[in-house]
Design a protein around this ligand. Structure first.
Ligand code: ACM
Ligand code: ZN
Length: 358
């Protein structure tokens, strides 16, 4: 909702007015930010006489936190949500599954948590996961701060922790460990095996019970096609579905999951790789490899969220993504028609945690 607030500071009064509780909260946050401009703040501070009329321009103002490469406890998640609230963000994109760890409790497949949530690093067994009770608590906490949580369940790649738990999900169905280093791994879900899609639907059924958001992020990035090229079941799928190659098989995979979710009134968000070939079902594209994926999406009538590595990757070195670049970030690139511009629903900054231990 676009309802904003006004903040009027006069020499003898401060008035925040708004038609919504969200607006009032955002007005207070602006006031606190003005107070914080006072250097060496103790008892005495001053405020400028000022009149601000403010409301959000973008419907999606997101931050991602990767809780898989490293695991963060619920108190840390709440702290992160508090920070988002200070900056008037409204989406917490919770990255919950990865090669290095499965971080959400799933009752139907307990090995995801007893096996998939843990890895053996050089010193110890490392990991953890959020219980359903904890997730409900965090969702409630975020809602009070006018922040929606969009969970991300990665597929078909970045799924080695799931495959370590249930090896039959992969093409060659061999045991692998939960990954203990960083990168892109060739073990991905088999696209030729229908029981993989049953597994995914079961998982998503438990996920959507926890998250009221009508958007579910299904990943879709960095899925090497090596296993699919050498898998009889995947090759058979390509043939029977009349697909051209493994890139079209990736779109088949995404589309099939999008349709499962559409039946439950959920729309998918996917990283820009899901446009490797055409997706007919409704989908929102999160553009991370520059702005191009998002531009391609809006030109084909799909909505886009901009998260280009050039401006929005907070795990990159400060020399690559400095404060000025972040503040300069405009999710709407030049050269789009007004209609295309409207399809860009906002921006998102990503905090991947390979190098963030705590
Ligand atoms: C990504 O950074 N692989 C979405
Ligand atoms: Zn396969």
């Amino acid at each position: 909702d676009k309802k904003g607030y006004s903040l009027i500071i006069k020499s003898d009064s401060i008035i925040i007015s708004s038609k919504s509780q969200k607006g009032t909260l955002h007005g207070l946050q602006s006031l606190f930010q003005l107070i914080a401009l006072n250097e060496g703040l103790n008892q005495n501070f001053s405020l400028p006489c000022i009149e601000i009329d403010d409301s959000n321009f973008f419907q999606h103002r997101g931050f991602l936190l990767d809780c898989c490469r490293h695991f963060f406890d619920v108190n840390t998640i709440k702290k992160y949500i508090d920070l988002l609230s200070i900056y008037k963000m409204n989406v917490f994109h919770w990255h919950l599954t990865e090669d290095q760890g499965w971080r959400i409790e799933i009752e139907k497949y307990p090995l995801l948590n007893s096996v998939g949530s843990w890895r053996n690093d050089s010193l110890e067994k490392y990991g953890g996961y959020y219980t359903k009770e904890q997730i409900k608590e965090v969702v409630k906490y975020a809602k009070k701060r006018h922040i929606d949580i969009i969970p991300e369940i990665e597929l078909p790649g970045h799924a080695q922790a799931a495959i370590a738990s249930y090896p039959n999900l992969s093409c060659n169905q061999k045991y692998v460990d939960v990954a203990n280093d960083w990168g892109v791994f060739k073990e991905i879900y088999c696209a030729g095996n229908d029981s993989v899609f049953i597994f995914i639907e079961d998982i998503l059924n438990e996920v959507i019970e926890l998250f009221p958001s009508n958007l579910i992020h299904i990943g879709g990035d960095e899925a090497p096609k090596f296993r699919w090229k050498n898998c009889p079941k995947c090759q058979n799928r390509i043939k029977t579905e009349g697909l051209k190659d493994e890139h079209e098989l990736q779109s088949y995979f995404i589309e099939r999951v999008a349709n499962i979710l559409a039946k439950k009134n959920k729309t998918i968000i996917g990283w820009d790789e899901i446009l490797e070939s055409e997706i007919k079902t409704d989908a929102i594209i999160q553009s991370w490899r520059g702005f191009e994926g998002g531009i391609k999406a809006v030109k084909s009538g799909k909505k886009a969220i901009m998260s280009p590595t050039s401006n929005a990757y907070f795990d990159y070195k400060i020399s690559t993504t400095d404060l000025e670049k972040v503040y300069d970030f405009n999710p709407i690139p030049k050269g789009l028609t007004p209609k295309e511009q409207n399809l860009i629903i906002g921006g998102e900054c990503n905090l991947w945690s390979e190098r963030i231990l705590n």
